[in-house]
Structure formats: C-alpha cells, structure tokens
Design a protein around this ligand. Structure first.
Ligand SMILES: Cc1cc2nc3c(=O)[nH]c(=O)nc-3n(C[C@H](O)[C@H](O)[C@H](O)COP(=O)(O)OP(=O)(O)OC[C@H]3O[C@@H](n4cnc5c(N)ncnc54)[C@H](O)[C@@H]3O)c2cc1C
Length: 399
C-alpha cells in the first residue's frame, strides 16, 4: 500500500473531522481506532455557533441538526426563586450563520463522519486497531498497530496526527508534559425524559443552576434532559447513583421529577491540563490529546474541532509546497495560546462561578450577569467570547 498523506490515531470527533477535511481535499488518510465499535455513551452535547459554521458542508451539519435541538438561549439561574440571567444568541447573528447552540450527542458527529469516510475513502478508518508505537525521520512517519488476532502491522505516512484523547500515546511519543490538575468533585450525569420545561417557568434549553445544596445543570437534547448532579460532602458518587437517591435529588429540582424515568447514569471526574508542546517534526497532537478543560460551557470538543481545522489548513499548505516546519509551527502557535488563555481559563471560571456557595455571592454574580445580558454591547462581547468566536478569530491573528 502507498504511504498515506496523514496517519491519524483516534477516531473520536477530532480525528474524524481531520480525516474528513483532508480526504475532501483529495489526500489519503489512514485512521486507527482502538475500539472495535463506538460505545453508546453520552459525552459532549454542545456544538457552538462557529463550530456549526465550520461543519456546514457535505451534509455533516445537516445530520447534526436533524438529530439535535437548536438552543438559541442559555441561562444562569437561582433555584429558589427562578431569577435568572438569560443570554440570547440572536445578539451575535451578524457573526455566525448559526446563532444558536446545538444540543446533540457527539456520537452523531462520529457516526456521520465515519459513514462519509466509508463512502468517499473506503478502508480509511480501521477499527479495533490500537496503535502501540510511533516513529519518524526527516522524510516520513511510521506507526505500529495491533489487529484483533494479535498481529502487529507497520504503516507509513508523510505526517501523523495524535487525536487519541486524554491518555494519548502520541503525546507521550513526542515527549510532551501534560501538566494540570484534577477537580475535586465527581459529577453524576443522569438522563431523563421528564419534561422539566413544563414545571420550571422560563427554563432555557441550557441552564446552570445555583441550588441551596450546591449546583446542578439541565441541558435539553432532542428527546432527553441531561442533568448534572454532584454528591454532597458526606456522600460518595456511588451512593448518589442509587435510583432512590437520584429520585430524591430530581425531586429537589421539582417535586414531580421524583418519579421521572431514568436513562443513563454515569459518574465522571474532570481534569484541566495542557500539553507543553503540540508538534515535533512531522507529528502533531490535537483535541483532548493536547488539552483538557472543565465541560462547563461545553468547549472541549469544540476546541478540538477548531484545532484540526487549523491543522488541516496547515497540512494542505504543505501539500501545496509550503515548508512542513513552518506550517506545523504555525499550527501550534495559533492554537495552543487560545486553548491556554481563552478556553481553559474560561471553563475554569464557569465552574468556579457555579460552585459559589454564599447566597450573597450568588446574588452579586447574578446581578452582574443580568446587567451584561440587558446591555446590547456587553451582551454581544460576552456571547462572542463564550461562543468561542473570539478565540477562533484570535487564533487567525497568531503565528
Ligand atoms: C460528560 C462530558 C461532557 C462533555 N460535554 C462537552 C460539551 O458539551 N462540549 C464540548 O465541546 N466538549 C464536551 N466534553 C469534552 C468532549 O467530550 C471531548 O473534548 C471530546 O470527546 C474530545 O474528542 P477527541 O476526539 O479529542 O478525543 P476522544 O473523544 O477521547 O477520542 C479519542 C479516540 O482515540 C482512541 N484511542 C485512544 N488511544 C488510542 C490508541 N493507542 N490507538 C488507537 N486509538 C486510540 C479512543 O478510543 C477514542 O475513540 C465533555 C466531556 C465529558 C466527559
């Protein structure tokens, strides 16, 4: 087999978006994915406006819209009184073709892109193929992957992209540190078909809520609500995950929810980390392999997609004759500072705001946010930042 232009490790949303961009520009890719099939597991559900703008080609955006829910407003809310600050994305309709967040399970993006690649570049995605080692010289890259029978295979390409998530072997191979912290709290994700919108007046599709006993969030997908709960100080995540305990906590949100049908229940911990460098020679990393941030605000996957649009552009310029060194250096110079300065800090601030425990502090923050929401210029600035439009624009001015 001829060498691929780019070998990609990981068929998550980030690796597959990169594969799609390169294949549609006429280049051969090989994507190696450890898992034999995509496990049904809700992770990312928020697509921000500029990401929807980027994905709006080849029917990809249309497939997301068919499966997701358009959410034009989002709010921060006080549970006790229902007082809220609500932001309307129509305010930035001149800056995006999609002035809404789309709530859609990230697996829809993975399945849609994989099907597209299957049609346009059959055999380019190899599942059940864990990558075990990576190498490079001045001319090309190589990797070894193992098949289900235990046989080891060698592949070559001109470039290699590590889109292999938080435990990236590619990051390790390029010797990057992944410094950061893990947040103390566990989050328990619960899905339910209970109609919160019929019980809580003025609810948006995305709601971050201060409650007397902590904080919770309510995100509405096409056919379920996704509720994020946290164990109390004296409670383990396992205890909170018991059906009667979940029923009790949902009843605190609104009494009738205590009898709600429960779907998925899953605990997770969150890290905040940034890889020290993203490029070495002909190898680059992107997405969760390069950065992890708190999911409050829904920016991890979106940031990874923005990375690989930039990486694809750099690689396509190399294919057209530009220097690989210069283009990959530019990729890192454009994306790393944005993830470090705009996204990781913003997500950390979103989390910190919702963990404020004093009513006085919450009221002060709510009043500040309400003042921003009703001031068109300030609301616009706030939405350009929180929708990741500012970060994307800034990245283009770097490197
Ligand atoms: C509960 C939760 C909610 C979230 N909500 C949001 C949100 O609303 N918005 C948002 O933007 N982000 C959100 N995120 C973050 C988002 O899910 C991740 O940022 C996103 O999945 C990263 O995509 P990725 O392709 O970089 O990595 P992954 O999705 O982790 O994909 C990496 C792939 O690489 C494969 N792989 C790993 N090692 C190897 C190997 N050695 N060989 C071959 N394959 C390998 C893995 O099997 C996996 O399929 C959320 C995360 C969580 C946990």
């Amino acid at each position: 087999m001829n060498d691929a232009f780019t070998l990609i490790v990981g068929a998550g949303p980030v690796g597959l978006v990169l594969a799609w961009r390169l294949v549609r520009a006429g280049h051969a890719v090989r994507v190696f994915e450890r898992e034999p099939r995509l496990e049904p597991m809700l992770r990312s559900s928020t697509f921000h406006p500029p990401t929807l703008d980027l994905l709006d080609e080849d029917g990809i955006g249309a497939a997301l819209h068919a499966a997701g829910r358009k959410t034009p407003t989002w709010q921060i809310r006080l549970h006790e009184t229902g007082e809220r600050a609500e932001f309307d994305l129509a305010t930035i309709a001149d800056a995006t073709a999609h002035p809404w967040r789309l709530q859609c399970d990230q697996s829809v993006l993975v399945n849609t892109l994989e099907a597209w690649l299957h049609r346009h570049a059959p055999g380019s995605v190899v599942r059940g193929a864990p990558v075990e080692s990576i190498g490079q010289d001045n001319e090309r890259v190589s990797l070894h992957w193992r098949d289900a029978q235990g046989a080891l295979h060698l592949e070559h390409g001109a470039f290699l992209a590590g889109c292999d998530g938080s435990r990236s072997v590619v990051r390790e191979a390029i010797g990057a540190e992944f410094a950061g912290t893990v947040y103390p709290e566990t989050t328990v994700l619960v899905t339910t078909t209970f109609p919160f919108e019929a019980h809580l007046p003025g609810l948006s599709g995305i709601n971050y809520v201060w409650a007397p006993d902590g904080t919770y969030s309510l995100l509405r997908l096409a056919d379920v609500w996704r509720v994020s709960l946290h164990p109390h100080d004296d409670e383990s995540a396992e205890a909170l995950m018991q059906p009667e305990r979940i029923a009790e906590r949902l009843a605190h949100i609104t009494p009738a929810a205590g009898k709600a049908p429960i779907g998925e229940v899953r605990p997770y911990r969150v890290h905040q980390r940034l890889a020290s460098h993203w490029v070495q020679g002909r190898i680059a990393i992107a997405g969760d392999a390069a950065h992890l941030n708190h999911p409050k605000g829904g920016m991890g996957m979106n940031g990874g997609i923005h990375d690989v649009f930039e990486l694809a552009e750099s690689l396509l310029e190399v294919a057209a004759g530009a220097s690989p060194d210069r283009m990959l250096t530019r990729y890192q110079a454009r994306r790393l500072p944005v993830m470090r300065d705009d996204i990781i800090g913003q997500a950390d601030g979103n989390r910190a705001r919702m963990w404020e425990s004093s009513l006085e502090g919450r009221r002060r923050m709510l009043a500040d946010l309400q003042a921003v929401a009703v001031d068109p210029a300030r609301a616009r600035a706030h939405l350009l930042r929180t929708s990741m439009i500012d970060g994307l624009r800034r990245s283009k001015s770097l490197g």
